[in-house]
Design a protein around this ligand. Sequence first.
Ligand SMILES: [Zn+2]
Length: 193
Amino acid sequence: MVVVNTAQPPADHDPSSFYRTAEPRPDWTVWREGPLMVLSKGVAFPMCCVKCGAPAQRTVRTKLMWHNPWLYLLAAFPGVLVYAIVATLVSQRAELDVPVCELHRVRRLKAIWAALAILVVSVVGPLAYMSTFTARDGDPVGVACALVPLGGLIALIVAIVGARLVVPTFIDGRVVKLKGAGEAFLAKCPPMV
Ligand SMILES: [Zn+2]
């Protein structure tokens, strides 16, 4: 008769089963590798904010993609289109529910709203500016064409920096490695040695 110890996580969900280094922790699913979080695909985070380690009330569904950084060379040669096709085909994917406390959830939402506001202003502003021009003032389209992409770029940077909770540094069929965790969260994680 086979006895299954249900107190232990399944072998596939336990990083120690393939790293053979960290001690199994059924109560804690994330390991630490320097500044990185390491967890098995398919396991849930412990409900602590990844930024400050405080008890988390909510999670943010996060879809991640990762490929070998050498693939970026394809964007230089043969080109961005080939890179995009290859990257889509070979990228490893993971979907995580990342826990955050109320403070960091609100901070993230504010960054998203700020990015949207910058985007709207960068489109509406040049249009309003153009409407004040008369034919004698010359062609205002060039000004608008310069300002709209600039505003869009700033909005994108604000959204990425403010809204992104974790960034994958490695994903394969079993493991996800992430940066972006705060030291207070990492301090709770047993180290990968
Ligand atoms: Zn927090």
